[in-house]
Ligand binder design. Structure first.
Ligand code: HEM
Length: 516
């Protein structure tokens, strides 16, 4: 889609006359800009604009700015050059990118896939349009300001069924209108789930991505699968799906990260057996600061248990500053003599490890979906930049060393997406018990390998982008954000080392006894 500009036309000779003290015009991709009143406001200063007054500044502009800048400042355009047409396209909201490798192969024209049907394609389209229109603008704003997700966006996601879809396939989707009927809740499978996760990542704001109800994605599952009180279950799911209340998963402690068996938060039954008294702390809890409910891992003497704790007397939360945006709502929680009804126990007492473990596969798989999609965004940005950026009188892409870096980045990205799709297909075709037995290891290895690949991609991308890859605003924003935050996926939901070990230990269980 071309940029929308006033219908007036000018000749290049007319533009050339506007290189005076008071009148500065230039041309970018056949569009004429009058920046006379913008000189003071230009973040790159006045002098550089004066230097190109009256000329065609297309190359100079794209060497330094993202195309979106022109959309944002479209009121500076006064018309276009007579008889000429814009050649740079502005992708419309929800459109597929035409940059090679910018989309997974299944979305790339000419490529075929055995996994995706029409409902997947409809959902992808609807989810991209929703993300571009509603999620990305807020993500960009909140990532910068560090504020939490707005109630308005939460309610919009609730009405569109986006909150429901993020919990994965299940009965909670039956009868819910999902993005204006893009998919029937009964048809919704793990490929639909993957599409939702991957499309939302395109906002490229890692802190906000977690701040945008990630606590619900990992916390509400425990309520859906393990809450034994039907009224309580209905109350919580209704409140959370409607966006009135927020929930998070509170497992990790300063004392124990991936080693969940070492948790020190205690829950002691009152003599009448009607309540638990909870004491302890939780650290790095995503969304905790603004949550109303905490699905909490506690030590009940003979083992781990999981309790639903409501915010109230004795529960305190405070934000933790990390290297990604405060928008994530990363939290330190203290529980001091918190009285919790015994009916809030999720699963069996002292067998909470099953509740926690059963959650992990979906959480880790979702994280792999996200990391792999973010890697692709970095590939897209880097391919665009390498074609745009001129150094030593050549485009970056004309340097073999840059092409080598891109080759490595593309290969890592494609390999991980293919592996992800293979595992997703197994998830669609295995019963829950089979998944637990056969997929825990492969999902752990996939997440471990994806974040190792992210490490390589972040490293190569920053080298391609130079200083811009280290700058939070402007051209390299996505690269800077990725390089600063990919480690979150390498640690959260199980550190790479723990997951690698788990993957191999699972394989050991299936090793034939005979010496081979
Ligand atoms: C309609 C025309 C233009 C607009 C609306 C505009 C706007 C901006 C904005 C918003 C930035 C901040 C960085 C970013 O967000 O990308 C910027 C930076 C800059 N601009 Fe422009 N600009 C225009 C034309 C130009 C031209 C023609 C030149 C040079 C010939 C130029 C040179 C610069 C420089 C040197 C910077 C600083 C870049 C950096 O920090 O890496 N600008 N401009």
């Amino acid at each position: 889609m071309p940029l929308e500009v006033p219908s007036k036309t000018f000749t290049r000779e007319e533009v050339a006359k506007h290189n005076t003290e008071d009148s500065i015009w230039f041309v970018i991709d056949t569009v004429v800009y009058d920046v006379s009143d913008f000189l003071d406001a230009h973040p790159g200063g006045e002098a550089v604009l004066r230097q190109v007054a009256g000329t065609d500044a297309t190359v100079a502009f794209y060497n330094l700015h993202r195309h979106e800048v022109l959309q944002k400042y479209s009121d500076l355009a006064v018309g276009s050059i007579e008889g000429e047409k814009q050649s740079i396209v502005t992708p419309a909201l929800g459109e597929i990118s035409t940059v090679p490798y910018a989309e997974p192969l299944w979305l790339t024209p000419a490529f075929k896939s055995p996994y995706f049907n029409e409902s997947h394609r409809r959902l992808q389209k609807a989810m991209r349009a929703f993300t571009d229109q509603y999620i990305t603008p807020e993500a960009l704003e909140k990532e910068r300001s560090g504020e939490y997700v707005s109630q308005e966006l939460i309610e919009r996601m609730s009405k569109a069924g986006v909150l429901h879809m993020r919990m994965g396939p299940g009965k909670h989707l039956h009868g819910v209108n999902l993005l204006d009927g893009a998919v029937d809740g009964k048809e919704f499978d793990y490929f639909h789930d993957m599409i939702c996760a991957q499309e939302q990542v395109r906002a490229a704001c890692r802190g906000f991505q977690d701040g945008n109800m990630a606590g619900m994605v990992i916390g509400l599952t425990c309520i859906l699968n393990f809450c034994k009180e039907p009224t309580l279950k209905k109350k919580i799911t209704d409140e959370v799906f409607s966006g009135q209340k927020k929930i998070c998963l509170a497992i990790t402690e300063a004392f124990a990260g991936s080693d969940v068996a070492g948790l020190r938060t205690t829950a002691t039954k009152t003599p009448d057996g009607k309540h638990y008294i909870v004491n302890g702390t939780k650290k790095w809890i995503t969304n905790g600061v603004f949550s109303d409910y905490f699905v909490t891992g506690v030590n009940t003497g003979k083992g781990l248990s999981v309790l639903l704790i409501e915010r109230g007397e004795g529960v305190e939360t405070k934000p933790i500053k990390t290297s990604y945006s405060p928008a994530a709502g990363t939290t330190f929680i203290t529980f001091d003599n918190v009285k919790v009804p015994a009916t809030n126990l999720l699963g069996e007492e002292n067998k909470g490890i099953y509740v926690i473990l059963s959650n992990f596969n979906h959480e880790r798989w979702t994280m792999a979906c996200a990391t792999i999609r973010y890697m692709r965004l970095v590939v897209e940005e880097s391919l665009k930049w390498a074609h745009q950026r001129l150094v030593f009188r050549k485009r970056l892409i004309d340097q073999p060393v840059i092409r080598q870096k891109l080759a490595k980045m593309i290969a890592l990205c494609e390999a991980h997406q293919s592996w992800l799709e293979t595992i997703t297909y197994q998830m669609c075709n295995m019963a829950y018990k089979e998944q637990a037995k056969h997929l825990g290891g492969p999902i752990a290895l996939l997440k471990m390998s994806a974040t190792r690949a992210a490490h390589e991609i972040a490293d190569e991308a920053v080298q391609i982008w130079g200083g811009r890859g280290l700058t939070q605003t402007g051209m390299g924003r996505v690269i800077e954000n990725f390089n600063r935050t990919y480690k979150f996926d390498a640690i959260l939901g199980g550190a790479e080392e723990v997951l690698g070990d788990l993957g191999v230990r699972q394989a050991m269980k299936f090793m034939p006894k005979a010496v081979l």
